[in-house]
Design a protein around this ligand. Structure first.
Ligand SMILES: [Zn+2]
Length: 355
């Protein structure tokens, strides 16, 4: 038996619960896994950097063991490490990932294994971001991804040993992190400005303000959906405050243009703060008042404050767009200069190691 956390049929992570270990013969593993998965999970292989299918996955959801299905990592703790392998700063539950010293290849490293089937996942290093300072470096092939609206499909029979009412809700964000949803015109540009900040763990492009059915780039571009192009910033409030994020936000776009940013015209490019709590709304109101009073901009700020009802992630090809397409003319002329201005003005907030 192994102590682990598992999902129940309500899509909640529950535990710890005693789960039977998964022990199969080499032949059985070969039948169950693809050759690539077998090479990583059972033969302790390493996939080539920048080649894994989950490296740039920015959808919200859960990463499970590709061998036995045990939940291992949540998108809430995924961050861009630049190493070429999917990276997380903490497992979904510490019981679910086993760590053992690995002296192979002439290096002293710590190997990480699935606690239930002993599948090889990757290694853990101590150069990760806050709050843990750890970098769990994974092979995409060792993982299977389930989007957050489908985690109930990961339901494990042993979860029924625990009453649902006693279950801690973990479908929200990881402890110690917070999120901010901001609209400042084209999300390619605002994403690039925020990704370089220390304490910012992840930035995802998406849509907010409209209905689920119309949350697609093609429909949002038509301008009739009520959606704005937004970014969702996941950050460590110990390292950077919501108030400071708003300072950067107001410099990352022109908050005095109504329903447009330069040549991008339409309500989908409006300047807006989607607040998730009264505290966020009050902080935003106070910030706008202060900026207007100090005449920080030549014209009054027209940024709207809107309650956040839902955030819809944009299509995968929009994520990390500026970083992946630095030669694209729009990025060259709009996103990169703006990101550089932010770097210069907020040098104290920029993470030195992030290019
Ligand atoms: Zn496993």
């Amino acid at each position: 038996m192994v102590r682990a956390f598992v999902f129940n049929r309500q899509g909640e992570l529950v535990g710890p619960v005693d789960a039977p270990r998964v022990e199969l013969s080499e032949q059985e593993w070969k039948k169950r896994l693809s050759p690539e998965q077998f090479q990583i999970l059972r033969s302790k292989g390493t996939e080539r950097p920048f080649c894994g299918s989950l490296l740039d996955n920015k959808q919200t959801g859960v990463y499970s063991c590709a061998g036995c299905g045990l939940p291992l990592f949540s998108s809430d703790s995924k961050f861009h490490s630049g190493t070429g392998w999917p990276s997380f700063f903490r497992p979904i539950a510490s019981d679910n990932v086993a760590m053992v010293a690995d002296g192979g290849h002439g290096m002293q490293r710590v190997e990480i294994l699935c606690a239930r089937c002993d599948g090889h996942l990757g290694h853990v290093f101590d150069d990760g971001p806050r709050p843990t300072g750890l970098r769990f470096c994974l092979n995409s092939e060792s993982l299977a991804f389930t989007p957050s609206d489908r985690v109930a499909e990961l339901a494990d029979p042993v979860a029924e040993l625990i009453a649902p009412s006693a279950a801690p809700a973990t479908s929200g964000q990881a402890a110690g992190t917070a999120t901010a949803v901001l609209a400042g015109g084209c999300f390619w540009c605002t994403e690039a400005a925020f990704e370089q900040l220390a304490g910012v763990l992840d930035v995802q492009s998406g849509y907010a303000g409209g209905a689920a059915e119309t949350a697609t780039y093609r429909e949002v571009c038509e301008g009739e959906t009520g959606h704005a192009e937004v970014i969702r910033v996941t950050y460590d409030p110990q390292q950077i405050s919501y108030d400071r994020l708003l300072d950067v936000f107001f410099d990352a776009h022109d908050p005095t243009q109504r329903n447009r940013q330069g040549n991008d015209i339409g309500t989908q490019y409006r300047s807006a703060i989607f607040y998730a709590s009264n505290e966020e709304r009050e902080t935003a109101e106070a910030k706008i008042k202060r900026l207007n009073e100090s005449r920080a901009f030549k014209r009054p700020i027209v940024t709207t404050l809107e309650p956040l009802t839902a955030f819809y992630p944009a299509e995968p090809y929009h994520q990390d767009y500026a970083r992946l397409n630095p030669d694209q003319p729009y990025i060259q002329h709009h996103a990169l200069p703006r990101a550089c201005q932010i770097r210069a003005k907020y040098a104290d907030l920029v993470e030195p190691s992030r290019p």
